[in-house]
Design a protein around this ligand. Structure first.
Ligand code: FES
Ligand code: FES
Length: 928
């Protein structure tokens, strides 16, 4: 049945008729209005996502008369008489679309889901024309849709195999762990109903725009703000630092908190907020920031670490000497002596740049005041940390702040820090009216955290038998204008810079250095990926100098259960790094032989190489508490409520935590009702970072599930081996063939509203590090090794990755599909870091100039799962999120060296840098 919407026609608008998802639509709207906006704001079809508003990301892809287009590039006037199909309308294309959806679900092709609608639309257009596409045709079809999570391989497989999807069977009681269960939140991601930060707008919502500093460093003075409000109808309020009722200072690590919501006299980086304008949507859309009454006085910035560290440089924060935020240190043995005594010593240096997270969903959300409380619904990785900071900013108790996380369209660390939350909270608090904010892509890029640029120097020594003797590592990390996660990076890197090897003499010294650029923060690995780039190349150089095979050199020196790490920790179990390297051995030999043969015969510009790199990564906080608490409750209807506050940012914690809990209870997973991260109704599961949710929250879920099982059995007077089944409003406990039914309907409810509630908290056992960094910083480490096969065009300097083989020790793969998804996504980000991604503050603040890998850049990825269990983790599991990204870039860089004999000292290895290194080598200047 056709429906028609006919708002009153206004001046400057056109009456347009077209169809959307088979329904006739008439709208009186400005002819230049973007189709994406019409769909989302005027028609409420928020399944179509907006990632860039500029034709770069493809998230907004819809069908226009059957062809895929970026709806953000289509003006209203262009759709007159057209047929538009959005992800919500694809259901009408059954059975093709049903199969495609099922294929996406069963292959794990949707992680965060922000790109999924665009992918599904592009895939549908292809499959309608070509039901059996080749892989290359699929890659072409989705080439314009960016995904930052999956590494594309599972999407490609899901599309090519959409015609033959096997029906999934649900695991029986006690058998959820280890199965390739479809993610529990998957259906919403493939039908367009998932709610991200920008997808909900309460009635009568005001909008908010932030006024940001256009200079790297500047003092400023406001003009007459009251007059500005009075002369701009539709503007309700201007907020500045004076309007912060609590403390105008926040930060993810309270001890180092230093970032104001609004700078008060001097802005320390380009993009820093100094004020916000709140009002009607249409007014703010027309707002010209140049009219805002502020006078700027640009000041000379400290643009680089050299400038910031120079004698006499002004301090960016008066209490931080030499512009050093913090220093990190791990020292063991006598490095100088060991290097002097080594048969072989190599040294080198390496530099990496800023890397942008480039999640497809820009930051967004809204706040509303409810009496003396504030509610914030926004994308976030850390609801309880947000709650603490917002309470401080508003000057109210944390219990008066409710954080309701939306689905998160990718985070990778950056959504651990506050973004829209303080602005909308302040405005809603003051106006007692809902206030909403959606970052533009440019705003997201200029104001949110990046991966720390690193400048690293190393010396490594070994005996003539290839036994590592010593590593000396020093590094500076550019942490930008505010602390964010700088202390974590500076502290974590020295613990990890040895790599997963026995290094008896070790010195790692780091500094996080303030500059007048956008703050650097958490990005998948907290500095360890940068360190691995340096350390894995120097180990390759050392192996080559000794004359040893680089893989065998690593196996020879790999950590084992009984050898102390560089902090003196003896793990005693679960050190699976040797198994990871050994799993690559055959592929390594075959790949090296094939590359050598190729190069022997090569007459053109192409040369091939194979590289390997290893990694380790401590799960959770470094020597600091990071507990998770999980609550589960038995309901009167016999179902079980699982309150788990771990925010699923695409990695799959909603599913994995439920799998663990179900198996601890020994009940079917279908019996669980999932209640996810809302500070009013879920206990604190900490932040989604540091590869801690499977390990820490998973363990808490295991403990609370085991507790509830024990309580139920106690209620029935049954022993631990009894079986629990469920009937309507009753549980049935079976012991020795006897069935005992316990009706639940009449039982009293506790304060949580359940018949029985169990809660458990797990905090990984660690110990503080001493002044030399000695101690037990993590209870569990994940291990991995990647092998990269690549091809270099020596004339162009371009590098093509042909294949990546990734072996990871995950302890226990709770859900192998989701683990593979993390690995493939990590490989894609590592490839981008190695070859193309570098953010230059003040330049390229969009996804057109800042390039991330697209489907065509990603080679086949083979994942090898090693399961060397940890007795601490749930069912033996360790983390995988950060681990997956770490070895890819150094493996690629080692492969470049294998192919053409040059080291690239400034990462990424862009064509100009590779070509320059090749030319320098030809001229006798390359270091190797
Ligand atoms: S939102 Fe349209 S291409 Fe990115
Ligand atoms: S699943 Fe593709 S961007 Fe997250």
């Amino acid at each position: 049945m056709a429906t028609t919407q006919q708002p009153p026609r206004n001046a400057g608008t056109e009456l347009l008729s077209f169809s959307v998802n088979g329904r006739a639509v008439e709208l009186s709207i400005p002819g230049a209005r973007r189709l994406s906006r019409i769909l989302r704001d005027d028609l409420g079809l928020t399944g179509t996502k907006v990632g860039c508003d500029a034709g770069d990301c493809g998230a907004c892809t819809v069908l226009l008369n059957g062809d895929p287009v970026c709806s953000c590039l289509i003006a209203a006037g262009q759709v007159e008489g057209c047929k538009v199909t959005t992800v919500e309308g694809l259901a009408r294309r059954a059975p093709l679309y049903d199969r495609l959806q099922q294929s996406f679900l069963s292959h794990g092709a949707a992680q965060c889901g922000a790109c999924t609608p665009g992918m599904l639309v592009a895939a549908t257009a292809l499959l309608e024309k070509n039901p059996s596409p080749a892989e290359s045709e699929v890659m072409d079809a989705i080439g314009g849709v960016l995904c930052r999570c999956t590494g594309y391989r599972k999407i490609i497989t899901a599309i090519t195999e959409a015609g033959c999807v096997a029906k999934q069977t649900q695991p029986v009681a006690g058998a959820a762990v280890g199965t390739r269960l479809v993610r529990l939140d998957g259906p919403k991601k493939v039908d367009g109903t998932e709610i991200f930060g920008a997808d909900e707008t309460p009635a009568d919502t005001f909008c908010l725009r932030v006024i940001r500093c256009p200079y790297p460093r500047a003092q400023f003075h406001f003009g007459d703000l009251a007059q500005y409000v009075a002369t701009h109808p539709g503007v309700a309020l201007v907020l500045t630092a004076k309007d912060v009722p609590g403390t105008d200072c926040y930060g993810v690590i309270p001890r180092y908190a230093d970032q104001p919501v609004f700078a008060s006299r001097e802005a320390r980086f380009r993009g820093e907020a100094i004020a916000a304008v709140v009002g009607e949507v249409e007014t703010l859309e027309r707002l010209d920031p140049a009219e805002f009454p502020v006078q700027w006085q640009p000041l000379p910035p400290l643009s680089s670490m050299d400038e910031a560290l120079a004698a006499g440089a002004p301090r960016i924060h008066s209490h931080r000497q030499e512009n050093v935020l913090v220093r990190g240190r791990v020292v063991r043995g006598d490095v100088e002596r060991a290097l002097a005594d080594s048969d072989f010593v190599v040294e080198g240096e390496c530099e990496t740049g800023f890397v942008e997270h480039a999640y497809i969903e820009p930051e967004a959300g809204f706040a509303r005041r409810v009496g003396d409380q504030i509610e914030i619904q926004a994308c976030t990785q850390s609801p309880y940390m947000d709650r603490a900071d917002i309470a401080k900013i508003l000057g109210i108790a944390p219990e008066k702040v409710r954080i309701i996380p939306t689905a998160v369209g990718g985070g990778f660390g950056s959504k651990l820090d506050l973004s829209v939350q303080p602005f909308v909270a302040l405005a809603a608090w003051k106006l007692d009216r809902a206030v909403r904010m959606v970052y533009s892509r440019a705003e997201s890029i200029i104001s949110t955290t990046k991966r720390h640029p690193a400048r690293m120097r190393l010396r490594a020594g070994a005996t003539r038998d290839g036994i590592l003797t010593a590593l000396d590592f020093t590094a500076d990390f550019n942490t930008g204008a505010y602390s964010s996660w700088g202390p974590t990076v500076a502290g974590r890197v020295p613990v990890h810079a040895s790599g997963p090897y026995r290094v008896p003499h070790y010195r790692a010294l780091t500094r996080a250095v303030h500059t007048n650029v956008v703050p650097a923060g958490a990005f998948r690995g907290f500095g360890v990926p940068q360190a691995a780039i340096a350390q894995e190349q120097i180990y390759d150089d050392l192996a080559n100098k000794i004359g040893l095979d680089p893989l065998e050199f690593r196996i020879l020196n790999a950590l084992d259960n009984d050898s102390p790490t560089v902090t003196g920790q003896v793990l005693g179990e679960g050190v699976g790094i040797r198994a990871c390297f050994e799993a690559l051995r055959l592929r390594w030999k075959m790949g090296r032989q094939a590359a050598a043969k190729f190069n022997e015969k090569a007459t053109g510009p192409l040369r091939r190489g194979v590289g390997v790199a290893g990694m380790w990564y401590g799960c959770g906080n470094t020597s600091l508490p990071n507990p998770s608490t999980v609550r589960i409750g038995l309901k009167r209807d016999g179902r079980i409520a699982l309150h788990q506050g771990a925010v699923d940012i695409g990695q799959g914690s909603n599913t994995i935590v439920a799998q663990i809990c179900a198996d601890a209870l020994k009940v079917p997973i279908s019996q669980l009702d999932l209640i996810s991260g809302d500070t009013a109704i879920t206990p604190d599961c900490g932040k989604t970072s540091a590869s801690r949710q499977t390990f820490v929250t998973g363990k808490a879920a295991h403990m609370s599930g085991s507790k509830l099982r024990a309580e139920i059995l106690k209620l029935a007077g049954a022993c631990a081996c009894a079986t629990i089944e469920f009937a309507h409003a009753a549980i049935v406990v079976i012991e020795d063939g006897n069935r005992k039914q316990i009706p639940l309907g009449g039982l009293p409810l506790d304060v949580f509203g359940y018949v029985i509630t169990c809660e458990a908290t797990f905090d990984p056992p660690t110990s503080p590090l001493d002044p030399n960094g000695q101690g037990n910083p993590y209870a569990v480490f994940g291990f991995g090794a990647h092998l990269a096969e690549i091809e270099v065009d020596v004339e162009l300097g371009t590098v093509r990755v042909l294949k990546v083989t990734a072996a990871h020790d995950v302890g226990r793969a709770i859900n192998p599909t989701l683990v593979e998804g993390q690995i493939e996504g990590g490989v894609a980000q590592g490839l981008g870091m190695a070859l193309m991604e570098e953010f230059f503050p003040g330049k390229g603040e969009n996804l057109h100039d800042y390039l991330i890998p697209s489907a065509g850049d990603i080679p086949p990825i083979e994942s090898i799962l090693i399961e060397d269990p940890s007795s601490v983790g749930p069912f033996g599991a360790k983390g995988i999120g950060e681990q997956a990204v770490i070895p890819t870039a150094p493996a690629i860089l080692n492969a470049i060296h294998d192919a053409v004999g040059v080291r690239i000292h400034k990462i990424p290895a862009t064509p100009d840098r590779v070509r320059a290194a090749i030319l320098a080598k030809a001229n006798g200047g390359a270091r190797g």
